[in-house]
Design a protein around this ligand. Structure first.
Ligand code: ZN
Length: 298
């Protein structure tokens, strides 16, 4: 039984890794934070139509769906692995990358508090180091914190050891910044630009890291108005029905759009899932440049 199960897992893993490798792509440009995203999933909503969604349309009443219990704050989902992240229809996970940033992150936290929902913040080591009090504030207010490398580099362009060192450096810096918060760093990670390699993803997953993918990209790094960002994100969510939403807590338009966006989620009957690590030893760095496992070939 055990052997058969392992064989099944091995086959599954092999096919998964092939898919992961096929989906590995370079970002479109340096300024496009997740330029590779389009290559990883097909978005049925065209940008042009999404842009047509106006603030006025957002104000229109949309019938509540039956999938919600009527509460915007949703369940807490404990995950030990990436594959544990299974959402039901109508459930979303809010993620904020690249912070913390003074003047932006506190406003995001206030809005999340106002709606009683929790988010996951994938912090840059450099940003956490520059704003340790802010990083601690995010933790103290009950949100989950993961890492996103130290300096937001495209890991697919580095050699393996350099890439792992960058990930470890980011983790360590965020953990250091959180030192006084009473809550450590969750073993959650997101690839900058979503630029991964099969080797890096495999290494992360085998090191008990939870790699956070993106289902719905708000594209809040585009120079659009807050209402355009909200409309685009809602359109994509409606097309998909659930998913992990990518925002960045470093943009004013994200600060500006969040209250209306959350109000609309509530009106449409969605719920926000609180993603937390399961049985994890907080604060440890499971990926190190010197880990013998990282030298295995793939
Ligand atoms: Zn990023």
């Amino acid at each position: 039984m055990g052997v058969a199960l392992r064989a099944v897992r091995a086959v599954f893993l092999a096919s998964f890794l092939a898919a992961a490798l096929a989906g590995c792509a370079k970002p479109v440009s340096v300024t496009d934070d997740v330029g590779s995203l389009a290559l990883q999933y097909r978005d049925p909503v065209q940008t042009s139509s999404a842009r047509a969604v106006s603030a006025t349309q957002l104000d229109q009443a949309v019938p509540k769906r039956i999938f919600s219990n009527g509460s915007l704050p949703g369940r807490t989902l404990e995950v030990a692995t990436t594959s544990d992240i299974i959402l039901r229809p109508g459930e979303v996970i809010l993620t904020f990358d690249d912070g913390p940033r003074a003047g932006k992150t506190p406003a995001i936290l206030d809005t999340l508090d106002q709606y009683g929902v929790k988010a996951t913040f994938l912090m840059l080591g450099s940003a956490a180091k520059a704003n340790p009090r802010l990083a601690q504030q995010v933790a103290q207010r009950g949100h989950t914190i993961g890492s996103h490398t130290y300096d937001h580099v495209d890991l697919s362009k580095l050699d393996r050891q350099a890439a792992l060192a960058e990930i470890a450096r980011g983790e360590a810096a965020v953990a250091d910044a959180l030192g006084g918060a009473g809550q450590g760093l969750a073993p959650f990670f997101r690839f900058p630009y979503l630029a991964q390699t099969g080797f890096l993803r495999t290494t992360m997953l085998s090191g008990d890291m939870v790699v956070l993918d993106v289902d719905i990209d708000s594209k809040d790094y585009y120079k659009d108005s807050a209402s355009v960002v909200a409309g685009r994100t809602l359109s994509r969510l409606e097309a998909r029905g659930s998913g992990i939403i990518l925002f960045h807590d470093i943009h004013q338009r994200t600060v500006d759009m969040l209250p209306a966006f959350l109000a609309e989620l509530e009106a449409r009957g969605y719920s926000v899932v609180n993603l937390v690590p399961k049985n994890s030893v907080f604060g440890r760095s499971v990926i190190t440049a010197g880990n013998p496992e990282t030298r295995s070939e793939f």
